[in-house]
Design a protein around this ligand. Structure first.
Ligand code: SF4
Length: 112
């Protein structure tokens, strides 16, 4: 079973309540081969919400306390992002995910 970013499956969970549909991902979900997750919503953030970005480093730095995640208006949402990351990890482990497909260019799902 795969774990995939919810927005890639067509769910409107992005900051602006839009999605980033990938037809292949949606088909995998519809066929029961993949489950969805939105780390930002698991962290307690609403949709829509202000866009945010990592300041002062990368995701590893955020986990180390050396960087923060801040919205465009300056609200520090670091705690919510860390909560969402760990809850996503718990879900991946609980379902024994064989692979995880996350959307790039996101402060929570992106790997770079
Ligand atoms: S946190 Fe991940 S799943 Fe949620 S909207 Fe952003 S990229 Fe998509």
């Amino acid at each position: 079973m795969l774990l995939v970013s919810a927005c890639l499956a067509g769910l409107r969970v992005r900051y602006d309540a839009s999605h980033k549909l990938d037809e292949t991902i949606r088909t995998l979900v519809e066929e029961g081969q993949a489950a969805t997750v939105c780390p930002e919503m698991l962290g307690g953030l609403a949709t829509p919400r202000e866009p945010a970005e990592i300041l002062g480093g990368n995701g590893d730095d955020v986990l180390d306390g050396a960087a923060r995640v801040v919205t465009v208006s300056g609200v520090d949402v670091t705690a919510s992002f860390i909560e969402g990351a760990y809850r996503t990890l718990e879900k991946a482990r609980a379902m024994n995910a064989t692979a995880v497909v996350l959307k790039e260019h996101s402060p929570s799902c992106g790997s770079t």
